[in-house]
Design a protein around this ligand. Sequence first.
Ligand SMILES: Cc1cc2nc3c(=O)[nH]c(=O)nc-3n(C[C@H](O)[C@H](O)[C@H](O)COP(=O)(O)OP(=O)(O)OC[C@H]3O[C@@H](n4cnc5c(N)ncnc54)[C@H](O)[C@@H]3O)c2cc1C
Length: 351
Amino acid sequence: MKIQENIPLASYTTFKIGGPARFFCIVTSVDEVKSAVIFAKENSVPFFVLGGGSNLLVSDTGFPGLVIKVEIKGIEIKEVGNNENEIIRVGAGEMWDDLVEYTVKNGWNGLENLSAIPGTVGAAPVQNIGAYGTEVGYFISVVNVFDTKEMKEVTMLPRDCHFGYRNSTFKHEKGRYVITSVDFKLNKDGKVSIEYRDLKEYFSKVSTDRGNGEVTPSQVREAVIDIRWNKLPDWNKWGTAGSFFKNPVISKEKFDELKTKYPALPGFPEISIGGKSDGQMKIPLGWILDNVCKAKGVTSGGVGTYKNQALVIVTKSGATAKEVVDFTQGLMKQVKEATGITVEAEVEWVN
Ligand SMILES: Cc1cc2nc3c(=O)[nH]c(=O)nc-3n(C[C@H](O)[C@H](O)[C@H](O)COP(=O)(O)OP(=O)(O)OC[C@H]3O[C@@H](n4cnc5c(N)ncnc54)[C@H](O)[C@@H]3O)c2cc1C
C-alpha cells in the first residue's frame, strides 16, 4: 500500500468538485486497512473512508488528513440453502450495480429494485441505500468491519447497524468502522416487489414475460434502470450526487397542517425495517421544491436543481463546493420559510 500526498479529490467524486487530500491511499485487503489507520494515528491526522464518491461534497480546500479509498474485491457464495437464505459475501470495493446485475443474472432476487445506484458495496450499509420501495438493510445478514477504535475485525449483525431511513450506526459513529465486506441474504423464489408507484405504473403499461401476469426480477431491474434513466441526470455528464436532501419525516399533525395549506401534498406512512410504523409521515421534498418553492430547473451560476427532479442538484464543470453550499442553503431556507420544515442534507460534507 502506497501513501501518496496532495492528491486532488475532484475526480474521485461524482460531483467532480473538491480540493486535494493531504494523504491518499488505496487499500485492497483488511491488513492494508489496518496499516492505513495506523499511519493516520501515528501522524495524528484524521482519516476519511472513500468509496465511489457518489454521496459526497468535498470542500474546495480538500481534506487535511488521510483519504482511504477502499478497493477490497471479491464475491463468494457462503451458504447455499434450499432456495432460501443463500448468503453471498461481497468485498466492500465491488461496485454496487455490478453486484445487482450479478445477483439478477444468477437468479437471486431482492436487490433488483436497487439497480443503477452508483457507488460501492461498502458504502451501501452506511446510508442504508434505498429506492423504489426497498432498502439494502432488508437483505444484509452481516456487515464485516475493521473497528478502528479497538483495532480489530468485527462482525456486525443488522441489529447492531440500526438501519433506518438513509441512516445507520455507520453514520452516527462516523469514522469508527471501515466496512471490508458485506454478507447478503438472498432468495431464489423469484418474488418481486413492485408496489412502489412508479413501478406499478410502469408494469401497467408493459407486458410481462411469465405469461401469467407475473413480473421477473430481471424485468424489475430493466424497469428501474429505465425509470431512473429518464428521471436522473447522467453522472458522467453532470456533476451530481443524486438526491442532495433527505425527504422529511414529519408528525401526522404537521402533515395534516401542511395538507390544509397544500391539498395536493403527497405523504406516505414511514415504515421502519421490521414493518413498524410509528405514525410519522414521509413527504417528497422534490414536490415541495417544485410546487411550493418553484425551484425545479432553477440555476445560479454553475449550480442548479435538475430539470426532471428538484431534489437532485447538478453542477456544470468549474462549479465550486462553496457555490453548491450557498445554493443548497438557499433552498433549505426557502423550504423552512414556506413549511416550517428543517431540511437535512443526504450528501455528506467532507472538509
Ligand atoms: C445519480 C445518483 C443517484 C443516486 N441514487 C441513489 C438512490 O436511489 N438511493 C440511495 O440511497 N442513494 C443514491 N445515491 C447516493 C449514492 O449513490 C449512495 O449513497 C452510495 O451508497 C454511495 O456510495 P459510494 O461508494 O460512492 O460512497 P462515498 O460517496 O464514497 O461515501 C459515502 C459515505 O460512505 C462512507 N463509506 C464509503 N465506503 C465505506 C466503507 N468501505 N466503510 C465505511 N464507510 C464507507 C464514506 O465515508 C461516506 O461517509 C445516488 C447518487 C447519484 C450520484
